[in-house]
Write a protein that binds this ligand. Structure first.
Ligand SMILES: Nc1ncnc2c1ncn2[C@@H]1O[C@H](COP(=O)(O)OP(=O)(O)O)[C@@H](O)[C@H]1O
Ligand SMILES: [Mg+2]
Length: 390
């Protein structure tokens, strides 16, 4: 099947669109990436997403509107990536769309005798199916939550298919807005996978740069600002007390814990301590690397042998973050998806193409050991296509 995966992560930087060809089943599944592109969001769209994600600024009329608007943008991204591959959209069999997370509340809240966890991804799949004619699977996370899980992380299924092996324990580390790890022990069955969110990825780095430049810069390009500064050990120590980092898995997080409020606190705290901006950038970048280090030391290394970490996501483009990570995890071997002839930026979009492929064939895609669900479930909601092939 030719399957397009569409993904926009918590960074809200743009839509990752991957056109793949997938065949086979289970560990024999073969996935070929035919075309990939990130379609950046215009500044205004990103602002709409961030406003809709923060309880202080969110408005229900705007969320309602944005759900359908993002549906149009996701549909446009699907058409564009098909064009890039030299295919007509009607030659595509299936679309898997993660959508845009605007809220994620995985901690249980008691309500009317029920224990409620919730998550909200928008980018209306009916629009995607209508504009493209292609059957669209979306809203992957709620079914895992219904089965008692966190609804995240979901990319471990792809990581498992790509990297399970008989020889060595491997970790796949994604550096998106949030960072998340999938640990695959040697000779692992799917039940042996360990996966969870480590804490912030680029989210705090982006947030602080955006705030300090009044929105002129959206991220610390190539880590240039952090490279000029020194890590402030007092502030780093304070940041490392964040409870999420020490909470045992299963766990997942987002802007609710590492978004605007924490960024405000950090900037205020740095102001009081008279920490220069470059040092603040170095410290936040180090914090991101240390969160990953702590999660390995607490939850993986005491029980397993880890030989290599394969890193992906936008953070690979930040050499300061990468070198801090290498330093913090020494002597662990660190590689990137590119070392395996894969594209660091495309992996998450490919993951949702794969999950749609499983769903349309009535096969489960969650890994209960990763999400905490009580069992395997078929993920997502299917919007039929108008194309007779779908
Ligand atoms: N050249 C670069 N230098 C520094 N940071 C980068 C670079 N390229 C990408 N990034 C970081 O990667 C982020 C996007 O990563 P991505 O994997 O798309 O995250 P998400 O899945 O949350 O959307 C950007 O917001 C930015 O912080
Ligand atoms: Mg992104």
């Amino acid at each position: 099947m030719k399957v397009i995966g569409l993904m926009s992560g918590t960074s809200a930087d743009g839509i990752d669109a991957a056109l793949t060809e997938i065949r086979g089943e289970g560990l024999k599944t073969k996935i070929k990436l035919i075309a990939f592109e990130t379609y950046s969001f215009p500044r205004k769209v990103r602002k709409m997403i961030l406003n809709a994600s923060d309880p202080k600024t969110a408005r229900i009329d705007q969320i309602c509107h944005l759900n359908f608007y993002l549906g149009e943008l996701f549909a446009e991204a699907a058409r564009a990536v098909a064009k890039k591959a030299g295919l007509g959209i009607r030659e595509v069999d299936l679309i898997g769309s993660h959508g845009q997370t605007i809220h994620h509340l995985p901690r249980e809240k008691r309500e009317g005798g029920y224990k409620i966890r919730s998550t909200l991804q928008i980018g209306e799949p009916s629009i995607i199916a209508e504009r493209t004619g292609v059957a669209t699977v979306a809203d992957f996370r709620p079914r895992d939550i219904a089965a008692g899980g966190e609804g995240a992380p979901l990319s471990p299924y792809l990581h498992y298919l790509l990297f399970s092996n008989n020889k060595k324990g491997l970790a796949v580390q994604n550096l998106g807005g949030i960072s998340n790890i999938t640990f695959i022990p040697a000779r692992a069955g799917i039940k042996d996978i360990l996966a969870f969110d480590n804490g912030p990825g680029n989210m705090l780095i982006d947030g602080v740069v955006e705030r300090l430049t009044q929105g002129r810069s959206r991220y610390d390009k190539y880590g240039r600002r952090a490279a000029k500064g020194k890590v402030n050990s007092g502030l780093l120590k304070q940041l490392l007390k964040h409870p999420f980092i020490h909470q045992p898995p299963p766990k997942s997080t987002g802007r609710e814990q590492f978004g605007a409020r924490l960024i405000d606190d950090i900037i205020k705290s740095a102001g009081r301590k008279k920490i220069p901006i470059t040092d603040l950038m170095a410290t936040i970048t180090a914090f991101t690397a240390h969160c990953i280090g702590i999660s390995l030391e607490k939850f993986i290394l005491p029980r397993y042998q880890l030989v290599e970490m394969i890193v992906g996501g936008g953070g690979v483009g930040n050499p300061v973050l990468m070198s801090m990570l290498k330093e913090r995890l020494k002597p662990l071997r660190i590689s990137t998806f590119e070392d395996y002839r894969l594209d660091s930026d495309a992996i998450e979009a490919i993951a949702f193409a794969l999950l749609a492929y499983e769903t349309i064939q009535s096969r489960p895609g969650n890994i209960p050991a990763a999400t905490g669900a009580t069992g395997s479930v078929i993920l997502g909601k299917i919007v039929p296509g108008t194309n007779p092939n779908c």
